[in-house]
Design a protein around this ligand. Sequence first.
Ligand SMILES: [Zn+2]
Ligand SMILES: [Zn+2]
Length: 262
Amino acid sequence: MKLVVLGSGTSVPHPRRASSAFWLETSGGSLLLDCSADAPHRMAQENLDWINLDAIWISHLHLDHCAGLAPLLFGIKWTPGINRRQKPLKIFGCEGITKLLKAIDESSNYKLFEQPFPLEFHEFAPTEEPRQVEMLVGLSAQILSTPHRHESLAIRLTDANGTTLVYTSDTGYAESLAEFARGVDLLILECSFYRDKPTVKHLELADAMRIAKLAGPQRLLLTHLYSVWDEVDLETEAKKLWAGETIGAYDGLRLEIRAPTD
Ligand SMILES: [Zn+2]
Ligand SMILES: [Zn+2]
């Protein structure tokens, strides 16, 4: 798998961090993990083949994770040459995505659902037990509810090469999440705050590293970074709490993810 960090930030505007979005290339196709308002233009900035994007995952309905969906569908519709695209665009995620899109669509008759190619929607109810879901051929997935919003979901992906990735998106602390991410090749974990977090619905560094310790990922990528992190060396602080490899996400970071060969 190949990962490109499009947005390592939050809902609060930041000069160097767009809000949440990650581009992922897998053996089964390309996948956008969350689609913030910044995501459509960030994909173009990174020279990614967004016109042929296979699937989108929406973790929850906070706008820093889904507000780019309507603009993306609106933009794709008016892209020169889009008539040549025939394969479907599959949109997966939490409950409420189509309701949100319909409300926007009807507000000004944008015809977002009328595309020259099929649009498929697959919404999943909250689940306290990991649940297997069908995604793309050559890419399987499990989902799990997170203590953030009623609808919020984490996702675990396994491609045909056996490479695994977990994207928690926004979450409070939960050991079930560590279990869900056990032994994964890359754990993309939120780490909103350094310390003294103002809410139980996000993580601070000590929480994130406790999850890392329990989960034991090959590599850990910390993201969803508020501006409190601007003055802190995240990777050095992380190392004090967990000996494994922690990477602080930044916009434009590219990672190659492989299952270990032994
Ligand atoms: Zn968020
Ligand atoms: Zn959120």
